[in-house]
Design a protein around this ligand. Sequence first.
Ligand SMILES: [Zn+2]
Length: 464
Amino acid sequence: MSLKLSFYGGAGKVTGSNFLIEGSKGRVLVDCGIEQGADFAEAEVYGPFPYDVKSIDALVVTHAHLDHVGRVPKLVRDGFKGKIVMTPATRDLAALILLDSAHILAEEAARLGRAPLYDANDVEAAFALVETLDYHVEKEVAPGLSAYFRNTGHILGSASVRIKDEEGVSVALSGDIGNSPSPLLPDWEPVPDADALVMESTYGDKLHGQGDRNLLLKESLQSAIKRGGTILIPAFSMERTQLMLYELSNFFADGSLPKIPVFLDSPLAIHVTAVYEKWGMTYFKPETEDEMKREGSIFEFPFLKQTLAREDSEAIERVSGPKIIIAGAGMSHGGRIGRWETRYLPDLTTTLFMVGYQAPGTPGRRMMEGAPSVRIAGAEVKIQAKIEKLEGWSAHADRDQLLAFAEASLPQKGGHTKTIFVAHGEPSAERHLAQRIHDYLGARAIVPEYGETWIVEKDSVKKV
Ligand SMILES: [Zn+2]
């Protein structure tokens, strides 16, 4: 027996992660994402899916980032009626992210004078189809096809998925692979038991900084506090914000920072942090769970203020002296951080920390490149603040970790993968990782093109 694997996203396209796996009786999609930060290729994002949506039995979602879930409500709007399978934590995070996204899409649609890609009703209709599946439980999700999740250490609830037919032929998809070790999540698990493996390659040609990222963060905060001004941290709402809160709480507890006010000024990040609190005892690594048991919360500390309401947010400006403001969006391309950048970037005493990837064209990228001013919410803002980039906070595995993930699936390490597809990266990163898998591990590595279909059998993987 065989499985058919088709590539309908990632790989040089703006539409985000989307794979179709077909057995003799059932059809399963893995992920249904939208690309972020890219210029929308309208026909691709708004147009019909390249397969019969109504014929799909199930959609399996690896994690709650928009490039993996962003078009799920559109899939449902277009007629999908199967089940949607994800981990319980992914369900809670995806609900927050998609409602937030529906809000942004509505604003964008109003500006462009068109119908939005989907709305809150579509999000609700999608979640009526959701069934949760925990890690390490095999479950039939479509006729003749089962799914099995493993932790990937990327964000809360993130999973790789193996899809297997009744004869035992299987295809696994890595989802996004985390930057292990992390203080919160256990390390990613290898996937040694699939006939073919599709893996991500976001950082397929890059290494993260080798220094101690915590020490660097602590020392940078200490000198920023000495300068006496406001410290701005534009942060992504999922994982990065919680890591920052966790580290800040440790720094304050061990006395390495003076007790200054910290504001979490992002409704989305506040709600996401509550989901992390809710599921911490299920998903965090054992020593972090012990810490939660001892301390109640690992993200809160006495002078942290979560400013959900607009008036609380506005009141931040009246707090004088050094203070830390964490707000989205992570690339300064929206959200509440813009207000604080407008207010504080012209001050010489301000420090702004960059803790994540800054896409070309975003205000964050221009600041990182040393621009003397930046355009925020339609106005040009002069930058007198110190802009500091902190390395090592990515939620993705780097070049060498990706190679280790690939190696763990191969026969020489006891695995049984014969073919690795390298996807979900910039073309150069995909090619670079595929080359290294071939040269260093002696394995067959393929960079698939959009729209390609491959036949996976027990002892062969070939293109249709
Ligand atoms: Zn991701």
